[in-house]
Design a protein around this ligand. Sequence first.
Ligand code: AMP
Length: 431
Amino acid sequence: MFKRIPGTKDILPEEVSRWQQIERIAHRIFTIYNYQEIRFPILEEASLFNRSLGNYSEVVQKQMFLTRSGKDIYALRPEGTASVARAYIENNLDKIKGLLKVYYIGPMFRLERPQKGRLRQFHHIGCEVIGSQDSSLDAEIISLADALLNSFSINDYQIHLNSLGCKKDKHLLAQIIQNGLKDKLDRLCADCKRRFKVNILRILDCKNKDCQETIKQLEIQDKHLCLGCKTDFEELKENLRLLKIDYQINPYLVRGLDYYTGMVFEITHKRLGSQDALGAGGRYDNLIEELGGHSTPAVGFAFGVERLLLVSNFIPYNLESKKLIYIITLDKEAKKLGLELMNNLRKKGFCVDTDYEGKTLKGAMRKANDLKASFVIIIGEDELKKGVFTLRDMLSGGQKQLNKEQLIQELNLGIGLKQQSAKNATYSYLR
Ligand code: AMP
């Protein structure tokens, strides 16, 4: 028997309504903030991610799903920012759009050791704004993340905030860490000893207790920030206070990817356990230029949908609240008539199904019950002879025999749906 690849999930029909709901809310909130949806390929050139996230980032070092096609190496996208940046440059969106505000929803892939909240195929809801350095945009991004969480009925999350500063400041931060730790390497874990050589900022967010103790003594705070970056960060904090968004300053928050500069943030939730990040983001003012575009500042974030669903308290709308009509036919002749009637009713926009399992009347009635059908239409020998249909209201249990016109009239009344095209009708059911 075949099994799912570890770290992947089947989203079964019962669960899909929660996914649809979260996606629907996301579309609505992004629209309110005037973001447009973007869809980009799941496959990209692997070097796009090496260049963007950094050769020594954990994702590039250990987590890329790679495949070769001749000389080319492709990767299943591990995140969305690099692809959006690539699409921005490739499609000349700087000239066409000016400021670009986009969002995306879709699967991402990382070759992880699977555990709770850590999958190999997971889903991001993310957004990117390319083309402005305005620090009030940083506030908009965080307030958008906050609005999404509120709309997903998620409470008790914490927003952690830091500023890495511009390229020069980041360099200075790396130097401060290097000078502070070079005589204390023996106190660091094996990973941090390696990070010291290749990805020194990552030492700051190491989870190892001894590393954390050693790092605390460096008293990082904001001494690496230049005046411009300090002012931007102060403005952001002021704006967040104005917007009544709670946050905690965390000078040890660095994020694992090379492209981040300036403000970075992470949103955590205690109920998630060890993998506690619901989402994260920040500025990446140098990435577009790094990838061959003009120097263009940008900012964005992404949430992990699986983790959102683990902590969200919403009760899914019952998309199944559509009113089902279930047709039961009792012989071959009736089956033909049933097929025609079903087609007819579906064209009028009714939601109709029938028995395909050769059930007896009793079995088919039980099935209609299980499906929570509102009405059952029975076509048997008697009905065929009289040229009528038996309509049973499943709520009241009432039953009557009707001709076709009467039947449609009754269904219109009972289901409260005007005769309209199937397309509109489906829409009105689902709205
Ligand atoms: P990142 O791009 O690593 O900042 O990820 C953004 C968000 O995506 C995280 O905060 C998680 O919610 C989610 N995420 C990242 N990696 C995984 C994973 N392997 N499995 C499930 N969710 C993930």
